[in-house]
Design a protein around this ligand. Structure first.
Ligand code: PMP
Length: 406
């Protein structure tokens, strides 16, 4: 192991609280991650020392705050290896990023009878904005199917893509079953037909090094709160060649160049897509989260999380009647399962009483649940501050569920 987990844990205050007088075991990291003091203190520092609305003031603090906000953009660009920092748009999260593209790309490039491709394992936030676009434009939504292991059927994808396809939107890592999709190959196939690809990176950016130029993504979306940053922060990366040709999403201050009642002209990138006062405090604190991750090293994080996930899967599989939902060859640290026929909510309540936070339900991916014929699952999602000791507590909690319901 390349880092000291106990030292990492000391940076995350909430991990040290108790729940029902028991040590708190947080295994709901795919929903949101906990925050290190470095991020919490950064929020406090901004409000205590430099808070001022950005971009419009000539006074000193506005200048400082603007500088830090733009510096945060540079940090994000370097974190994902964007070619230009103006290809980084700050949003409210993955949902905001996907909606921006569905509207602005849709208005600019999608017409009647055109096709958008998504996959059968998308989060609702990478389905519904495309359905809304298709309704507006009389376009058609096509779906890449998955197999019984919860992997995309790539031959079917190759058959779906054609002259009417305008965009492919696909999740990098499934939040419901943990599958890590071959986005590199998906993008290669789409680009052969000049079709751009949006990657939903909400569940990948915190687990592996993202290089948007290497994978050649046209758009890449993620949420700050899932990578140890504040809620209400997120990023849309987009290639300049697309963003430049897309109409703005929201209108308002900052996104304009000149306004008259006859005609308004729009600002240049990235401001064209950032109407109104942005969450600058959030963006600055998100950059602190990326610094934290960068300092620990994504390779170290990935190595540790892989070991922990393998331990968790093999431990859980020792339990009679436990069924994994999704058994892909390439997975990250999201583990979805059922315990016999026990309703996930019932199981979740017992697990909670042991101080363990897992998520139960459909994980905003109802089509995935329908595919596997379940109403929901129990989901444990791990990150680099979790430990084998915590997995053992989850194991004990699952045994308890079985005892109580049998
Ligand atoms: N996509 C995936 C794969 C997700 O896991 C999530 C969050 N659960 C989202 C999109 C939406 O992210 P947010 O709610 O932060 O906008």
């Amino acid at each position: 192991m390349k880092f000291d987990v106990e030292k990492i844990r000391n940076d995350f205050p909430v991990l040290h609280r108790k729940v029902y007088d028991k040590p708190f075991v947080y295994l709901d990291n795919a929903a949101t991650t906990q925050k290190p003091v470095q991020v919490i203190e950064e929020i406090e520092r901004v409000y205590k020392t430099i808070n001022s609305n950005i971009h419009r003031g000539v006074h000193h603090l506005s200048d400082l705050c603007t500088g830090e906000y733009e510096n945060a953009r540079e940090k994000v660009a370097s974190f994902i290896n964007a070619n230009h920092s103006h290809e980084v748009i700050f949003t409210s999260g993955t949902t905001g990023s996907v909606n921006l593209v569905a509207f602005s790309f849709g208005e600019s490039f999608v017409g009647e009878g055109d096709e958008i491709i998504v996959s059968a394992m998308e989060h609702h936030s990478n389905i519904v904005p495309w359905q809304m676009l298709c309704e507006r434009k009389n376009a058609v939504l096509k779906v890449i199917p998955i197999n019984g292991d919860g992997e995309l059927i790539m031959e079917e994808y190759e058959k779906l893509i054609g002259p009417k396809t305008r965009l492919v939107a696909v999740v990098h890592v499934s939040n419901a079953i943990g599958t890590r999709n071959p986005v590199e190959r998906i993008i290669e196939i789409a680009h052969k037909q000049d079709v751009p690809v949006l990657v939903d990176g909400a569940q990948s950016v915190q687990h592996e090094k993202i290089d948007v130029q290497k994978i050649d993504a046209d758009f890449f979306a993620f949420s700050g709160h899932k990578i140890y940053g504040p809620t209400g922060t997120g990023v849309l990366y987009g290639k300049e060649k697309w963003l430049d040709r897309m109409v703005p999403w929201q209108g308002g201050g900052e996104m304009i160049s000149n306004v008259t009642f006859q005609k308004t002209t729009y600002n240049k990138l990235p401001f064209k897509f950032e109407a109104g006062t942005p969450n600058y405090t959030g963006a600055i604190a998100m950059a602190a989260a990326l610094d934290y991750v960068g300092k620990t090293g994504l390779e170290n994080i990935a190595g540790y999380e892989k070991e922990l996930t393998e331990y968790a899967v093999s431990k859980l599989m020792q339990i009679d009647g436990l069924r994994l939902i999704g058994t892909p060859r390439k997975r990250t640290s999201v583990i979805s399962f059922m315990i016999e026929n026990i309703h996930p909510y019932d199981a979740g309540m017992v697990i909670d009483k042991m101080g363990v936070a897992v998520r139960t339900g459909s994980h905003c991916a109802e089509p995935v649940m329908d595919f596997f014929g379940v109403r929901g699952t129990i989901r444990a999602s791990l990150v680099f501050y979790n430990t084998k000791r915590e997995i053992d507590t989850l194991y004990d909690a699952v045994i308890k569920v079985k005892e109580m319901f049998n």
